[in-house]
Design a protein around this ligand. Structure first.
Ligand code: C5P
Length: 226
């Protein structure tokens, strides 16, 4: 039986992988499928929340019954998150956002160079949406970040704690990823860190069951002045 512990909560979720164009026909992307974000959206809705999903590139259908905002680049996602976030109680940033974009996007298809086989691209940093939102949010809002890491299990927690402190979010979902793990797969392994760095919970299983564990942690985290 589904609990309704998120009844009336407004939850904004980001998901999928951003795509940074090189030219009109090419992009730099990542292997995020959006499955974990879609599972979070579905379970949050079933637990009573009003859900908006800001979706970059998804390889699965978003659930019916949510509001969908489609974006492509990190810049698009940045502007949608900053515009929409003030209207939400909880923001979960599960999207795999590109840390870099092209300094200049070519207006025409890049040509193969004849300089001995090398192509050099100059990339510049994208805004860190999670960090910016965490520092500008209201005290009543809960901001949850993700960290997709290829680190070994013993390095993972320390890397997560550092990232949590740097980003300033309220919860961090540490996600072990690799060539055949995390991105694109049906199951997931996560560790949930609280703001102080303590381990709140760990979960391995289907992305639906992991979504429930994450939402359990969110539902039981007291809002700062609630
Ligand atoms: O720094 P890193 O990319 O590992 O951080 C991951 C977390 O930060 C995720 O929650 C992701 O959605 C978010 N992020 C962001 N803006 C970026 C890069 C990542 O909000 N430019």
């Amino acid at each position: 039986e589904t609990k309704h512990d998120l009844l009336g909560k407004r939850i904004l979720i980001t998901g999928g992988g951003t795509r940074e164009p090189l030219d009109p026909v090419r992009f730099i992307g990542n292997r995020s499928s959006g499955k974990q974000a879609v599972a979070l959206a579905q379970r949050a809705m079933q637990r009573g929340a009003e859900v908006t999903l800001i979706a970059a590139h998804l390889e699965v259908e978003p659930p019916a019954g949510i509001s969908l905002v489609s974006v492509s680049t990190a810049a698009d996602m940045h502007s949608e998150v900053m515009t929409l976030a003030p209207g939400f109680d909880i923001v979960i940033m599960a999207a795999a956002v590109s840390d870099y974009r092209m300094d200049i996007v070519s207006g025409s298809k890049l040509k193969k160079a004849d300089n001995g086989g090398e192509l050099h691209l100059t990339l510049i940093e994208n805004p860190d949406i999670l960090k910016e939102l965490s520092s500008s949010k209201s005290a009543q809002q809960l901001v949850v970040g993700f960290a997709a890491e290829t680190a070994t299990e013993d390095e993972l927690i320390r890397i997560g704690q550092e990232k949590l402190a740097r980003k300033g979010c309220d919860l961090l979902i540490l996600n072990q990823v690799g060539w055949d793990q995390g991105f694109g797969t049906e199951s997931n392994t996560v560790t949930v860190l609280a703001a102080g760095g303590d381990i709140l919970n760990t979960a391995t299983g289907s992305k639906m069951s992991v979504a429930d564990t994450i939402l359990d942690c969110i539902a039981t985290t007291p809002f700062h002045n609630a």
